[in-house]
Design a protein around this ligand. Structure first.
Ligand SMILES: Nc1nc2c(ncn2[C@@H]2O[C@H](COP(=O)(O)OP(=O)(O)OP(=O)(O)O)[C@@H](O)[C@H]2O)c(=O)[nH]1
Length: 535
């Protein structure tokens, strides 16, 4: 009830209490001079005030008093009242008014009492009032029986530490010394022990107050049973802890981020930190993570794409399978497969480390395309390069050359110095080939002692012949392998696109034939294909 309303009601009641005796006195002085007026002057204020304050008992007193008053003062005169006498009519009206006011006041108090009792007795919350000065509970609502198993009287008899718990008692004390005009309020959650020994969680809201009747400082409290909510919260916390533990122990790196445009990262599992080296403090949002982990535009796009795709999906759906290369904090690169799953209010992005798988794939691919002894491209890869060179030359109208190289009498090396020295010689030959040709030219080993070089951007046959001569000279220089110094020679055959063939098969055949001619001419020689393009 607002203070101003309480103030006006109280003053209205007091005004009546003062006014009515005077009114009755005036009437009595005129009509019943034989009765001592002061004798009933006391009854009127008593009647009004008892009804005003008293609730049920006050109402009962008011009723008894009104019967006594009516019987004592009104019955006899009423019988002698005469309606043709204006003074008598005024008396009847005045006494009726007094009666109505008493009944009205009593009715208001009954209503208020009932409302108050309904509120405090039927709700599960416990309402209590503490006198700040005595530090004792002045009122505890009956619902305390349901909440703690104690009767209100039992609780009120206890010191506040036991009745309200030491935490609440401390809060109450600090509120009690504060300025009540501020109406400060404190909320605290505490666990209390019930009479049967079980525990109950309560949320206690305490407010400074001043008793309007007595003017004493009080603390009003409402204790609400929140055991069910606490249990649910604890279950939720446990389930969250379990979930985090599970996420921490899976081999996939996980990042959870918000759905907003900033995509703030709210959780990283242990595997994420272990793989990439970044902690949550270092990558608060997706933008920062992209800047740090994606050195190039393409990987940045690949990293962000699953996020963006999943944001557009409905909760529960996911965007899968984008591969990206991530730069880790320690400078190493990791290949990851990124999946994004949209949850209700956030995004769960998982990174599966596929670096080893990628490396294994790379190794297999390399093995399938390279010669194991010299690590030069093998026939498979060489054919791919020739295919690309053909497409480019056809488009640009440019030329390229195919050069076949076969070592002369290599069998002798194997036979005289052993297969191992033969292998080392082949390795050395491959290195000399690499060193002699341009970066853009592609040497390869077709098998045995047969090598081939793809000569890119040849303007005319003379260019290819010059390279061939360089190779022939370089291979003719002495080899020094495991304290064995010896010399070999090689025969080389050249075919130029499109002069000696317009496809890879005819080019290869013509280069091989030219090489055969070089052999035939006495070895350690170079021969240019003599075949025309039609051959
Ligand atoms: N050490 C070694 N020898 C190989 C390898 N592959 C093939 N060879 C040998 O290389 C020799 C190739 O000989 P050919 O090219 O037929 O004949 P050549 O002795 O070189 O004589 P010309 O070619 O006629 O000058 C054979 O003896 C093969 O056994 C290899 O990987 N390592």
């Amino acid at each position: 009830m607002p203070a101003s309303e309480a103030f006006s009601r109280r003053h209205l009641a007091l005004a009546f209490a003062i006014l009515m005796p005077f009114m009755a006195l005036a009437l009595q002085l005129r009509l019943w001079t034989s009765i001592e007026p002061l004798a009933f002057m006391l009854f009127y204020p008593a009647l009004v005030v008892s009804s005003w304050i008293g609730g049920r008992s006050g109402g009962t007193i008011a009723l008894i008093l009104s019967i006594v008053l009516a019987d004592w003062f009104f019955m006899e005169p009423l019988q002698s009242l005469r309606v043709d006498n204006p003074t008598h009519i005024a008396r009847i009206v005045a006494f009726s008014l007094i009666g109505i006011l008493i009944i009205y006041a009593h009715h208001r108090f009954q209503l208020r009492t009932e409302r108050y009792q309904n509120t405090t007795e039927n709700i599960d919350d416990v309402v209590w009032v503490l006198d700040a000065e005595t530090q004792r509970l002045r009122y505890v609502s009956p619902s305390i029986v349901r909440q703690l198993g104690f009767a209100p009287a039992e609780i009120m008899a206890l010191p506040i530490e036991s009745a309200l718990t030491p935490t609440i008692a401390a809060q109450v004390r600090s509120l009690a010394v504060g300025d009540t005009a501020l109406g400060n309020s404190v909320t605290e959650e505490v666990r209390k022990t019930r009479k049967d020994g079980s525990t109950v969680w309560t949320e206690v809201v305490m407010t400074q107050a001043r008793n309007q009747r007595t003017g004493r400082q009080e603390v009003h409290g409402v204790s609400r049973n929140i055991t069910a909510r606490k249990y649910a919260e604890e279950q939720l916390k446990l389930s969250e802890q379990r979930m985090r533990k599970m996420l921490d122990n899976i081999p996939t790196a996980i990042a959870c981020c918000t759905l907003g445009s900033k995509a703030e990262i709210v959780f990283l599992n242990r595997q994420f930190v272990r793989i990439f080296g970044y902690s949550l403090d270092e990558i608060p949002d997706l933008g920062t993570w992209e800047q740090l982990s994606c050195p190039d535009e393409q990987s940045r796009r690949n990293l962000a794409l699953p996020w963006k795709m999943a944001v557009g999906t409905i909760p529960g759906e996911s965007a899968e399978g984008m591969e990206s290369r991530i730069l880790c904090k320690n400078g190493s690169m990791r290949d990851v497969l990124i999946n994004a799953d949209r949850l209700e209010d956030m995004m769960l992005v998982s990174f599966t480390d596929i670096t080893e798988r990628k490396q294994a794939e790379q190794r297999l691919r390399h093995m399938a395309q390279h010669d194991p002894l010299t690590d030069l491209p093998n026939r498979v890869l060489f054919d791919e390069h020739v295919g690309v060179a053909l497409a480019t030359a056809r488009r640009d109208g440019s030329r390229f050359g195919l050069m076949f190289i076969d070592l002369d009498h290599f069998k002798n090396v194997n036979d005289t110095m052993g297969h191992r020295i033969g292998d080392l010689l082949l390795l050395e030959v491959s290195q000399r080939l690499r060193q002699t040709v341009r970066e853009s030219d592609i040497p390869a080993r077709l098998g045995g002692d047969e090598f081939v070089v793809l000569l890119q951007h040849v303007h005319h046959a003379g260019d290819a012949l010059r390279v061939a001569e360089k190779i022939r000279t370089r291979l003719g220089e002495p080899f020094s392998i495991e304290n064995n110094t010896f010399s070999i020679s090689a025969s080389l055959g050249i075919a130029i696109y499109p002069d000696h063939g317009k496809d890879s098969i005819s080019l290869a055949r013509n280069a091989d034939t030219a090489m055969y001619h070089a052999k035939q001419s006495g070895r350690n020689a170079i021969a240019l294909s003599e075949s025309g393009a039609a051959a």
